[in-house]
Ligand binder design. Structure first.
Ligand code: G3I
Length: 317
């Protein structure tokens, strides 16, 4: 049978969905997640720092392991998400004296990436390093180490898991612009220093009311031309509620445009939607009055408009 994954695989790519531990007990949900539509998953929360090292030196892999086990049982690859991020950081990290941050970061990366060695094909080593104007985001890591924390994180991850593809991942970098220019210059600078960098993740958190990113395919291609993989890592297309046919149609064109951009770029390895159903979307909790961002609705029914647009962008009928 034709699925999003089978169509993507025919193009040499994967089609995936994020998931999270609470919904893994929803059997109607897991039947679809593991039912063949998706060849890849990303844990939405359970490999983050607050989940894996809530207190210093005390690691907890139970929830991340549950996602890995589900994926293994259903032929899905796993992207590890994420080793170093300013958000969902436990309080102890934010309270460290700056002189302790590097050692804590390196130990965190080493422990987590070693645990998941052989279980994840890629890591978002650094997540969201930039502000929207392309300047370096302030975090405990940039405060302690400057921009050099990124190189240090990548080198540490490579040592812990030599086989995983190492990514930097960000949002609002999908199109051409100041923020994607900053990412582009960062990748070039890392390469010039001999730092291991295998890929760039483009989150793809889009909203129909803000327009489609400028020249997305060209943007992906310029990174690919540097010799790194690219991936769409957290795609969703939100709208101001309520849904209507016009908004659904616009949403479908956004899904189509993103998937077509990935299909057109040989080094785009795949597309991940940030969960597949509105039932478990992060959007309404963050953007009041917005939602309906995913190709399956809150009752786990496919939205024909969005779903069929993805199918056809993947070359299906
Ligand atoms: O686990 C607690 C629970 O104990 C508590 O009762 C509940 C009440 O608020 O909160 C639960 O934690 C929530 C957590 O998700 C797990 O559900 C947090 O409040 C909530 O903030 C958190 O949101 C996550 C968000 O990252 C945090 O930044 C979303 O699920 C997750 O989808 C989202 O994912 C991020 C990517 O990692 C990076 N890119 C952007 C993307 C969307 O924000």
């Amino acid at each position: 049978t034709q699925t999003l994954q089978s169509l993507a695989a025919a193009k040499g790519k994967y089609f995936g969905s994020a998931t999270d531990n609470p919904e893994l007990s929803d059997t109607a949900y897991t039947a679809i997640l593991g039912g063949g539509e998706f060849g890849q998953t990303t844990p939405g929360n359970s490999m983050k720092w607050d989940a894996t090292e809530p207190t210093r030196g005390s690691f907890s892999f139970t929830r991340g392991d549950a996602v890995v086990d589900f994926a293994a049982a259903h032929n899905m690859k796993v992207r590890g998400h994420t080793l170093v991020w300013h958000s969902q950081l436990p309080g102890w990290v934010s309270s460290l004296p700056t002189g302790d941050v590097q050692a804590a970061m390196e130990n965190h990366i080493t422990q987590v990436a070693t645990h998941y060695r052989g279980k994840v094909f890629a890591w978002d080593v650094v997540n969201e390093p930039f502000n929207d104007d392309g300047t370096l985001r302030t975090s405990p890591f940039s405060t302690a180490m400057g921009v050099g924390y990124i190189a240090d994180a990548l080198r540490t991850a490579r040592a812990a898991d030599p086989d995983a593809k190492l990514y930097i991942n960000d949002y609002n970098t999908d199109g051409l612009g100041a923020k994607s220019d900053a990412m582009y210059n960062l990748v070039k600078s890392l390469q010039a220093q001999g730092v291991p960098i295998d890929g760039v993740g483009f989150q793809g958190h889009l909203a129909i009311q803000y327009g489609f990113p400028s020249q997305m395919q060209q943007n992906l291609q310029r990174f690919a031309d540097l010799g790194v993989d690219v991936a769409i890592t957290e795609l969703d297309v939100r709208m101001v509620l309520p849904r209507d046919a016009t908004k659904d149609a616009t949403q479908a064109t956004y899904y189509s445009n993103v998937v077509k951009a990935c299909v057109a770029v040989t080094r785009c390895v795949g597309v991940t939607i940030w969960d597949y159903t509105d039932k478990y979307s992060w959007v309404p909790n963050t953007f009041s009055g917005q939602g309906a961002a995913l190709p399956w609705d809150e009752n786990l029914a496919k939205k024909p408009t969005a779903y069929n647009a993805i199918v056809s962008a993947l070359g299906g009928v």
